[in-house]
Design a binder for this molecule. Structure first.
Ligand code: 6PG
Length: 469
């Protein structure tokens, strides 16, 4: 297959190699290279083993790769985000010709992508910031791809990007979602939702395990069953598998030999930071980021258990209630994610299409789930007050499942089980249901200590309370 540009890929790590094989598999010619040159012949060998090396050209350096490529070129960077991306761009720019395109396919900070877009485009080159989701398996067989750049840049690479992407009922899960940093921002929010969903699932597991005393494998079976219904999703599916797996060394359940401290590369945290900066509540995502942070304080938690005594008591919650609680948490996590996307789209003038975003997430990515199809449909209708949670299909689901979330959070709180994401989900939706909340008191306090003034119910602004005489 041909494209308007000669394709190159730099960075043959796990994800880079998988994406390169995917490109070759779809019939495109490809030039590859890597920072440490030894990886190149190894990769060529691997591709040959899969019968994919006919149109593959390995080069020992980035310079050699660019030289071997006819212009116009499109070079995909699969290098770690941050400084390595800048270093690679610095090396690349003097080697390229006007009309060539650099595509950063890593998990880059969208602000860095915006700055790089300007630098690269000022030099007469084209820049694309491309979010790619789906892990190694996705990269190899079809990831979800979120593209940021100019429409012209997108048109030039569209055939290859669509060909390598995941498909939902035949439609590519790849699209141009806006200019410069838009693609990387959408990927960042995807990861924020990913953090929230993972935390919600882990909390539900925790209640079954430490509240009901269920064995991991039995819990895994329940998750397996849930994957056939409204919770059908990649994360529920893999959780079912993970919980039913046995450690080869000890014969114990695999999760029981894993340290309960989760790392993070930063995208979930960036989502929370951007949400706070824009004044949008991302409480479930924040709970998930905070949960991971506290998880890594293993010694402090052990000391806490010694000092205060172990908190967790037995609870009685049904599978059905846990199912519904997870469903509500998931809907609200998506809703928070889309609210952040909408706020950023407005602030940066990106015009991100929310329905298309939901559609691009329907297959290939980590947060893929059957719900996203309903969410895409909801975004295509007139949303009351522009809120996804007010879409009739979401309202029906939430009304049905909310009592279960309330019972689950009550049981967890009463018996001392930490469930920060589930609790945040409940507080978020309850807050949305208070036509009159409690910020009147906050306004009064601000006025009391700092004469900040408040708005009266009749609309008069800059009013002061009787405490000022
Ligand atoms: C994806 C994932 C991926 C991410 C890992 C690890 O969409 O394929 O989001 O991009 O790098 O999930 O992320 P953390 O280290 O932050 O958990």
């Amino acid at each position: 297959m041909t494209t308007t540009a000669t394709l190159g890929l730099y960075g043959l790590g796990t994800m880079g190699s998988a994406l390169a094989l995917n490109i070759l598999d779809k019939g495109f010619a490809l030039h590859v290279s890597n920072r440490s040159a030894e990886a190149v012949p190894d990769f060529v060998e691997e591709a040959r083993g899969e019968g994919l090396a006919a149109d593959l050209h390995g080069a020992e350096s980035l310079e050699a790769m660019v030289k071997a490529m006819d212009a116009p070129r499109a070079i995909i960077l699969m290098v770690p985000s941050g400084k390595p991306v800048d270093a690679t761009i610095d090396t690349l720019m003097p080697l390229l010709d006007k009309g060539d395109t650099i595509i950063d396919a890593g998990n880059s900070d969208f602000r860095e992508t915006r700055a790089r877009t300007k630098t690269v485009e000022d030099a007469g080159l084209t820049y694309i910031g491309m979010g790619v989701s789906g892990g190694e398996e996705g990269a190899r067989h079809g990831p979800s791809i979120m593209v940021g750049g100019t429409p012209e840049a997108w048109d030039a690479v569209r055939p290859v990007i669509e060909a390598i992407s995941a498909k939902f009922e035949g439609a590519p899960c790849a699209d141009h979602l806006g200019p410069d940093g838009a693609g990387h921002f959408v990927k960042t929010v995807h990861n924020g939702i990913e953090y929230a969903d993972m935390q919600l699932i882990a909390e539900v597991y925790g209640l079954m395990r430490y509240g009901r005393g269920d064995a991991p494998a039995a819990i895994g079976k329940v998750f397996e069953g849930w994957n056939d219904g409204p919770l059908d999703s990649y994360l529920v599916e893999i959780t079912g598998k993970v919980l039913q797996a046995t450690d080869r060394e000890t014969g114990k359940s695999a999760v029981d030999v894993i340290l309960d401290a989760a790392g993070q590369k930063g995208t979930g945290r960036w989502t929370a930071i951007e949400a706070i900066r824009m004044g949008k509540s991302a409480s479930i995502i924040e709970a998930a980021v905070g949960g991971r942070a506290l998880s890594s304080e293993v010694a402090v938690r052990a000391a806490g258990e010694d000092i205060f005594g172990a908190a967790r008591g037995p609870i009685e919650v049904s599978d059905d209630d846990l199912h519904d609680a997870l469903l509500v948490g998931r809907i609200l996590s998506y809703a928070q994610g889309f609210r952040i996307l909408e706020a950023a789209s407005e602030e940066f003038d990106w015009s991100i299409d929310m329905a298309r975003t939901a559609e691009v997430w329907r297959a290939g990515c980590i947060i893929r789930s059957v719900l996203l199809d309903d969410i895409a449909t909801a975004f295509r209708s007139d949303l009351p007050h522009g809120q996804l949670v007010f879409a009739p299909a979401m309202v029906t689901r939430l009304q049905e499942a909310l009592p279960a979330l309330r019972r689950v959070v009550c049981a967890a709180a009463t018996q001392g089980h930490a469930a920060p994401a589930l609790s945040s989900a409940l507080s978020f939706v309850d807050t949305l249901r208070h036509a009159r909340g409690t910020a009147d008191v906050i306004q009064a306090q601000r006025d009391f200590f700092g004469r900040h003034g408040f708005v009266r119910l009749d609309g008069r602004e800059d009013q002061h309370g009787p405490w000022w005489g």
